[in-house]
Design a protein around this ligand. Structure first.
Ligand code: UDX
Length: 448
């Protein structure tokens, strides 16, 4: 099939390469000049495992404008929908893409909206500028750091729109549904991928519901973790056992200083905005969002309590999780912002970053963990990079002024930390005996 993909972000680029891999003729449109230059040189702009290898072999063209859009049987819209200040997604890039499709695409082409869009967007486009095409909502559920894996081995394919377009969508994905086509290194979990066809509105809401549920699960796990630390239990043991119930599931139960990224914060706020639009009070969702803010704030206060006025914090990790270069709405940056507001100085290290990300609060970025922690009063781990688990802790303790280690990701072994002379506190664990329960994570303090 002749396919045009508009947007070369995580969703657009992996869709482009996966569809090309299974034999479609794919053109990918990217308007951001520096990203387009990289793609033309076949350089991976996202640092995703497996992406560079696909880029080097797949026959795909990257263009700033598809001058043959008329020939496309399928057009995939994978542009950004960043949050507006009121929580609603900004759909201006979707509307730009729709205008271009309406002017240049053939009647009867299938337009698959893979961007996360407000419920009702596809119906609006179908009734408006794209009335000559078939508009289908086709949300994507990939995780950063596993974008290629999740694109070739999705848990499910969700799509919704006019019935007449259904065979086109099935034909588009049939190559991916056949696991024999996956490149080597892809772990295929279910033998058969469920293909779920529904209305466009249901498909749009499915994406928000999935991300909101994950966020709620994370906030719940963090509440259990905080309570476990107070009650003298080990949250990792508790949540590991709880997750073995298939009704609950093992994923997204690792307690942490908070959740973030390019999707969960934005999509939970968008769902909240949708609820407000319908005068619906989505209490559980509001609590999950509030709990996350509180989690990061409490972690910052706990660190500040140990560091003392004007103290220096060695911050390990800035990306929103390991395995990605992305720092959008990173809990690590949220923590740094709060620490700076509490008049502490932050010296950071992240294995993937060589300069502080845009929007970061005032901080110094070092080239290694030991430099970041030199003369630090407290070391705080904010991203679960595996290299942190094998750090030479005796050396780390030796370069520091203080002896408190706050592990916001459960990556540092407590016994190893204590043997190296640290007082250790990790999310979900009681602190080293003699270390006070961190300020802010005590039972009765106010939220915020
Ligand atoms: C998420 C969804 O998982 C994915 O299905 C959707 O398509 C896009 O949004 P992603 O943004 O890559 O994917 O992040 P995810 O892996 O879900 O992690 C979100 C946040 O939760 C990160 O800050 C991560 O560190 C944190 N997290 C995750 C935990 O704190 N504990 C966990 O057990 C899992």
């Amino acid at each position: 099939m002749r396919v045009t993909v508009i947007g070369a972000g995580y969703v657009g680029l992996t869709s482009t390469l996966a569809l090309a891999h299974v034999g479609h003729d794919v053109v990918c449109v990217e308007t951001e000049p520096s990203r387009l230059v990289k793609l033309k040189r076949r350089e991976d702009p996202l640092g995703e495992p497996g992406l560079g290898a696909l880029l080097s072999v797949e026959r795909v063209s990257f263009v700033v404008r598809d001058s043959h859009l008329k020939e496309a049987e399928v057009i995939i819209v994978a542009v950004g929908t960043p949050a507006l200040p009121n929580g609603h997604p900004d759909t201006s890039q979707i509307d730009d893409a729709a205008r271009s499709i309406s002017s240049h695409a053939s009647a009867g082409a299938a337009v698959l909206v893979r961007s996360t869009v407000p419920v009702g967007t596809c119906d609006r486009l179908q009734a408006g500028s794209l009335r000559r095409q078939f508009v289908i909502s086709n949300p994507e559920f990939l995780r950063e750091g596993r974008a290629v894996q999740d694109t070739f081995a999705p848990d499910r394919i969700v799509a919704g729109g006019p019935e007449a377009a259904r065979p086109t969508v099935v034909a588009l994905y049939s190559g991916i549904l056949d696991r024999r086509n996956a490149p080597s290194g892809i772990v295929s979990a279910p033998a058969e991928v469920p293909f779920l066809w529904m209305t466009a509105r249901s498909a749009e809401l499915t994406k928000y519901a999935a991300n909101a549920f994950l966020a709620t699960k994370l906030s719940f796990a963090n509440e259990i973790a905080n309570l476990a630390a107070l009650a003298g239990a080990d949250a990792h043991a508790v949540l590991g056992a709880v997750g073995l119930d298939p009704r609950i599931g093992r994923g997204h139960l690792s307690p942490s200083l908070g959740w973030g990224g390019g999707c969960l914060p934005k999509d939970t706020r968008a769902l909240q905005a949708l609820a407000a639009e319908h005068s619906y009070d989505f209490r559980v969702l509001s609590a999950a969002i509030e709990q996350n803010e509180h989690q990061i704030t409490a972690f910052a206060h706990a660190i500040a309590g140990e560091a003392g006025a004007g103290g220096r914090i060695g911050l390990l990790g800035l990306t929103f999780k390991a395995g990605t270069v992305d720092t959008r709405e990173s809990p690590a940056l949220g923590l740094a912002r709060r620490l700076v507001a509490l008049r502490l100085s932050v010296v950071a290290y992240d294995p993937m970053l060589s300069e502080p990300p845009s929007g970061a609060p005032e901080m110094t970025l070092c080239a290694d963990a030991f430099s970041a922690c030199t003369d630090a009063d407290v070391v705080a781990v904010a991203t679960e990079w595996p290299v942190f688990s094998t750090l030479d802790l005796v050396r780390l303790r030796g370069v520091m002024r203080g002896d408190a280690l706050f592990d916001g990701r459960g990556v540092i072994d407590r016994d190893r930390a204590e043997s190296a002379g640290f007082r250790y506190w990790g999310v979900g664990l009681a602190p080293t005996p003699g270390m006070p329960v961190p300020v802010g994570l005590g039972a009765a303090e106010s939220r915020g």
